[in-house]
Design a protein around this ligand. Structure first.
Ligand SMILES: O=C(O)CCC(=O)N[C@@H](CCC(=O)O)C(=O)O
Ligand code: ZN
Length: 334
């Protein structure tokens, strides 16, 4: 296989390839851009005008999505997958991947949309670099832009696979993209209703891409992802890459949620009243005292049908310690 097909190996070894550009037997150009960053270009005659950004390893210990991108890249490098799209593969936080940790000093996925400028350290620099790589990739006019940022979660989930859809003033969420996610095996989508500082919020808000964070199961070390079934997503990604996606507009079975409130941890006095092993999408009764913080601030459940995702009282002060969500409908989709 071409050396550049082994981007994951190169990244884990912290090595730069001797040859930065290679052509597959199929005439596809692979170009190494920077650590953990590789661009794939189909031959001009086969290019269908779509640009696809696939990222994983934004959190270094979320290995199932990293292994999935590695398999796709191997398939392309061997000429088994024949791209009609331009693709940018990104492994988000190489040093955290090498250490098998979520992050080193700062969570990269809280450093986009300008936040890296207010911070220092390796993750702030990497977030700036990732923004630049994405900006440059999505700079060609007249092409469709899609970004999937692949993750696995810290805890188990009552709904195993789901997506988070960013928000921008004046822009409607796309029904077509939701149908595509449904076909890719996602069981639920959380429609955001305010701006954010994640990678997909950046590509959605600033680069006009359709962008989604995908949660694919529970985070495990490399080689231990047998319990994470990404087969439907993998099939769909191959079809998107090869331009052979079956048409679908069906949202059947896809559960939609809206953000009701974000729980922000303000101080070291923050307390969250949930069992340590609580699963994502657990329902919370009206009147339940979810969390407390300084100055007698309290989060009491007021919403009908409220559920919690990503509860994490260990985040740094000022960051999101959980999201309260409620069921929503298709009204408002474009
Ligand atoms: O399991 C958890 O608590 C976090 C899993 C994870 O990394 N999720 C992403 C979601 C990003 C988004 O809000 O779009 C994150 O927290 O960065
Ligand atoms: Zn993650």
């Amino acid at each position: 296989m071409l050396a550049l097909g082994k981007l994951l190996e190169l990244t884990l070894a912290g090595r730069e390839p001797a040859q930065k550009i290679q052509l597959t037997v199929d005439g596809v150009q692979m170009r190494w851009l920077s650590e953990g960053a590789l661009e794939v270009r189909p031959p001009e005659a086969r290019d269908n005008g779509s640009d696809l950004l696939l990222s994983s390893g934004i959190h270094g210990n979320e290995t199932a999505p990293i292994e999935l991108l590695d398999r796709l890249l191997h398939g392309i490098a061997r000429g088994e997958i024949k791209p009609r799209t331009r693709i940018l593969f990104l492994f988000g936080n190489p040093e955290a991947m090498r250490r098998g940790e979520r992050y080193l000093e700062l969570d990269i996925n809280r450093l986009f949309n300008g936040r890296h400028e207010q911070n220092i350290g390796p993750e702030a620099m990497r977030a700036a670099e990732l923004e630049q790589l994405a900006r440059s990739f999505f700079s060609l006019p007249g092409r469709s832009r899609l970004h999937y940022d692949l993750h696995t979660a810290i805890r188990g989930s009552k709904i195993e696979q789901f997506a988070l859809y960013p928000w921008k003033e004046g822009r409607q969420h796309s029904r077509h993209e939701l149908a595509r996610l449904n076909a890719a095996g996602m069981q639920a989508v959380l429609l955001q209703n305010k701006t954010s500082i994640t990678f997909t919020a950046f590509t959605y808000e600033q680069l006009e891409a359709e962008a989604f964070t995908l949660e694919l199961g529970k985070a495990r070390p490399f080689g231990q992802n047998q319990g994470v079934d990404v087969s439907r997503l993998e099939t769909r990604l191959k079809q998107i890459i090869e331009g052979s996606e079956p048409e679908t507009e069906s949202l059947d079975g896809l559960q939609l949620f809206a953000v009701s409130r974000e729980v922000i941890k303000h101080s070291d006095a923050f307390l969250m009243h949930l069992p340590a092993d609580v699963e994502n999408f657990s329902e919370l009764e009206k009147g339940y005292l979810l969390a407390e913080d300084v100055a007698k601030s309290r989060w009491v459940i007021e919403e009908e049908g409220a559920r919690i995702i990503f509860p994490n009282p260990k985040v740094k002060n000022g960051l999101r310690a959980g999201i309260l969500i409620v069921p929503t409908t298709e009204a408002g989709l474009a």
